[in-house]
Design a protein around this ligand. Sequence first.
Ligand SMILES: Cc1ncc(COP(=O)(O)O)c(C=O)c1O
Length: 461
Amino acid sequence: MTMCPDASPTHYTNPFFYGKASVSPALSIESLRTRQPLLWLNPALSPVAEVGAPLPLGLEDIRTADALLRRWAPALTEWFPELLATQGVIESPLVRLSDPPAVLRTKMPGNVWIKQDHALPVAGSIKARGGIFEVLTIAEDIMAKEGQAWTTPLAPLQPALRRRFADYTVSVGSTGNLGLAIGMMGSALGMNCVVHMSRDAKDWKKRRLRDRGVIVIEHDGDFAAAVAAGRSAARQEQRHYFVDDERSRSLFLGYATAALRLREQLAEAGIVVDPGHPLFVYLPCGVGGAPGGIAFGLKQVFGDAVHGFFAEPCASASMLARFMTGVPEISVHDVGLDNVTEADGLAVGRASEFAYAMVRELVSGIFTVRDDDMFRYLYRLRTTQGIAIEPSAAAGFAGPAMLWDTAEGRRYLDERNLRPVLAQATHLLWTTGGALVPAGEYQRFFDRGQALAAKHEAATR
Ligand SMILES: Cc1ncc(COP(=O)(O)O)c(C=O)c1O
């Protein structure tokens, strides 16, 4: 790990690291260590047109990525019949949250919608966006190497081509959901698939992959350790592609295509996004690729009318630690956190440097969420709206209250003069995983959320 020579947990208490004097001095690395939920505003946030660092990707790259996905759509319907209804396009529904205060326990003005990536076909999580795109990119790379051109829209289904794919291995390090996406897509193509699972990965995800013939290697370490092990194993072999969740540009682009799709869905729903109709987006964050790609894409599409906030578990605030300290590759352990959370998809101790660099000036802020609160949101969403999600996917639900009911949130709204347009605002909660969770496992989440909600209601009555 790369660290500043004199870096130590106490080193970060220096408010210098916040960059700008206007940031509340109460928000220090010490505040992270208390594990109390907090909202941190990004002092480096800049208008899209004024982002200082030249970024290696732009809207044209996102369009090209979307075109690749559409090229594969006919073949995808053959492997995954659930995609017939959308003609091979892997997309999730956008629905309105009917009674926001009942779920969110705040009266933030504006309309609240849910972008349901928990129900994304094929792999049931937001990671399918990047994972499937990257495997298809790899497949096209193999086709080019092997001199196999696209002869028909269904070319990838030809036995000769599948025999070529079988000579290659695709592998990944994961907390579970990215592994599912890579394993589902790679095995459909006939590639050899290896998934290095971190200790947080749930058993049902491993079983599901093994049932498809995927090799699952279990690691005692956390996400970073699983990625490192996978990376080094892949280096030993020829014809081996490693999907690197900490560094991949393809994964990032796959996530970013969501912005183009969302633009269509918002238009269909009659939702305007412009400076008079801001769009607040609340995205659960692990290593940062998925929320980073989506926030980046939305900024390219809608510009400064989008306000992107990331949500992290209190114990795994890796992207927040990266932003607050400015220290490359810092781990949550360096700031006194243990990275232990029930939100397995977000159990990441060290943020992606690539994702960080891409959104450094584009993300509005980051907030932290207690595990208990995620379970309460999960329970209330199910009882009021009938939607079942996994704990990680509920992290963003704290967003509206963070903006409306905290001093930092109000400061954000006031400094940008957003209060007068809040009634016309759209709040988008991005539910990032859950559709494939087995019923028994989900019931345990639900029971825990129910007990916590009852306790909370009794205490606040
Ligand atoms: C359900 C869920 N939500 C959110 C995320 C966060 O994505 P990222 O790790 O790219 O930040 C993950 C990552 O695995 C996830 O599984």
